[in-house]
Write a protein that binds this ligand. Sequence first.
Ligand code: ATR
Length: 275
Amino acid sequence: MRLLLIGYPLGHSMSPWIHQQFISQHQLNASYHLKEIKPDQFAQTIAALKQSGIDGFNVTIPYKEKIIDYLDDMDETAKRIGAVNTVVCKDGKWSGYNTDGAGYLASLKQHFPDALHSDTRILIIGAGGASRGIVFALLNEPFQSLTVTNRTEARAQTLVEQLESDRLITVQSITEAEHNLKKFDLIINTTSVGMDPQSDELPLDLAQLQPQAIVSDIVYKPLKTKFLTEAESIGGQIHYGHEMLINQAKLSFQLWTGKITDLTPILPEYTKKIK
Ligand code: ATR
């Protein structure tokens, strides 16, 4: 079985290591390689891949939307998110899926099994692709309310309108959300703020945080972002971003192979590598 990750630039990706652990656990005859594709070579490289008899691949930045034009079908989640991170190739037919949101949820539930219930008030920061994946996954879960805030408020508004959900989902400006912070039990940063180690910027001021609240950051480089450090100093319970990636990978692997991987023996070394 031949598996790939396509994207540009790929740099130092953890995915080959992760999938090699999965392959070993199930004793499969399979490989997972990086395939960096320059934007001006995308169409021709994808055409060549179609001919090559590949079994599946992951898609990352900047191709999660672009790949859609080359697929034969998509599952409901990927359709609604409008982005694909996993492609299954079978009998010449390419099918698109998105496991990012489900990967996030799996990680959250492993660390905070009681986080989501009918009284949970959720605040999502960010309205980009990552936010969409997580919000769509959350729609299948119990919660009391879901609020989206974003630097560009109009984008949050568009995201919420596209959900077409009859549940309590609203938009607040960053300032409003900061002011109302005590009213949230689960706060999720889906923005890239925190990735730049030189910057002191936070996606949101946490001064009004309710001490028992769960604060989750999908940024995992650095593993403990300034946002999480700040949340912890106020008494918040923190949820790190790195296990979203390995859970998303587990779900992709399951789509390709039908195998369910036990992450328990892999997580200690994975976490060490991320640090
Ligand atoms: P991704 O697919 O990773 O979500 P994206 O679609 O480019 O990437 O979205 C990035 C998100 O991070 C957006 O919510 C963006 O806010 P804007 O919509 O206002 O651009 C947010 N973001 C990125 N840099 C930011 C910054 N410096 N401050 C606040 N928000 C930021």
